[in-house]
Design a protein around this ligand. Structure first.
Ligand code: CP3
Length: 341
């Protein structure tokens, strides 16, 4: 029986660890030959919905690289299906929605989720993982803003014009949507915790497109309520992450999250200092750097590690999800470098 590796949980709680824990966002995915093999016979949604397969895919990067945390294989779009959102994944693009929201009526018509029924496969996957892993497994959701961006734009967007029009022009409907998403996603995270998740991450990937003033007015109250609600029900650590979000870090911290993810454009040491070391931080090597020569990766990773002050609460990660086609060998060496001899 191997000893449970709780480095990641300790770092989330800003307790001393022998070295920084390391895991990568989107660590199970197409850069892995094993994942591509599974995808030859199963769709992305199959993997999310078949617990044995989900557990296998979640475990594979742990077995392959020895990460200090797992993240249950799913997608931020999955819980939107029982809410009544019809989507599919378009190759090379991402999620595309056939019935984007345009009115308050559309928001009112969204269904509440019955977790034990509609999303019981995620619970079943986490229960298998709890028995098979000797590292903690994170549960996750998309944040209300990032989910709303897909629900209103109908897919990925560059300008977010429809989203901003909705937010500025139909403010009541906007707040209703944020409230519905915050409530349902908080309950979904709690369901994941009940099923075996030992930490949870809220992915707010696209929130950085907002100004600080817009974030404060249209997003922050819902994020704070969401985090506080989760924290009132469980003591598992809550991680929040956004990209292009250096101007929002203090507000992200003010939600009450235990860990703030730092995107790859932001200096981790400076960001941590600006937050007074009152939260743990996670990040932030540029994922595209992993396409470079090992000598460059080594130089930059060492520089990052050396820049971190000697305080508890640092988690090594990339500054956004790992990309398809990343050489597996670079991942292996990078994890080894962080873990030391
Ligand atoms: O190990 C893991 O972390 C994988 C689990 C995971 C997936 N999506 C699987 C997935 C996680 C944590 C996500 C989160 C997610 N999904 C986010 C937030 C994180 C981020 O990177 O910003 C977002 C914005 C999405 C929405 C989404 N789903 C996009 C934009 C795409 C297409 C992206 C692409 O690379 O093509 C997806 C599809 C998706 N979700 C894939 C995977 C592995 C693509 C692979 C496939 O088709 O098999």
């Amino acid at each position: 029986m191997t000893v449970f590796n709780d480095r990641f949980l300790k770092a989330c709680r800003r307790e001393e660890t022998d070295r920084p824990p390391v895991w990568f966002m989107r660590q199970a995915g197409r850069y892995q030959a094993d994942y591509r093999e599974v995808r030859k016979t199963h769709t992305l949604v199959d993997i999310c919905k078949i617990p044995e397969l989900c557990a296998q895919v979640t475990l594979s990067p742990i077995q392959q690289f020895g990460f200090d945390a797992a993240i249950v294989f799913s997608d931020i779009m999955i819980p939107l299906e029982p809410m009544g959102i019809d989507f599919h994944y378009k190759e090379g693009v991402g999620p595309v929605i056939s019935n984007p929201l345009t009115s308050k009526r559309d928001v009112e018509n969204l269904n509440p989720i019955d977790f034990g029924k509609d999303l019981q496969y995620t619970g079943a996957s986490l229960t298998i993982l709890k028995n098979e892993l000797n590292v903690p497994c994170l549960g996750f959701v998309g944040a209300p803003f990032t989910l709303a961006s897909y629900m209103i734009e109908g897919g990925p967007s560059k300008s977010y014009i429809k989203l901003k029009n909705f937010m500025y022009g139909q403010t009541e409907a906007w707040h209703l949507l944020m409230d519905k998403l915050a409530t349902n996603m908080a309950d979904y995270l709690l369901y994941q915790v009940e099923s075996g998740a030992m930490a949870v991450q809220i992915f707010d990937s696209w929130v950085g497109i907002l100004s600080q003033a817009d974030f404060k007015e249209f997003i922050f109250p819902h994020m704070q309520k969401m985090v506080q609600y989760i924290k009132s029900k469980t003591d598992v650590p809550v991680v929040i992450f956004g990209t292009n979000s250096s101007h929002l870090l203090l507000d992200m911290k003010a939600t009450g999250a235990d860990v703030v993810g730092i995107d790859w454009k932001t200096d981790v040491a400076e960001a941590w200092k600006s937050m007074n070391y009152e939260v743990a931080v996670q990040g932030n090597l540029d994922p595209t750097l992993l396409f470079g020569d090992w000598s460059l990766i080594e130089k930059r990773a060492t520089k990052l590690l050396d820049s971190i002050p000697n305080k508890p609460g640092y988690i090594f990660n990339l500054g956004h999800g790992i990309l398809p086609k990343t050489p597996e060998e670079n991942v292996r060496q990078l994890v080894k470098l962080v873990q030391g001899p």
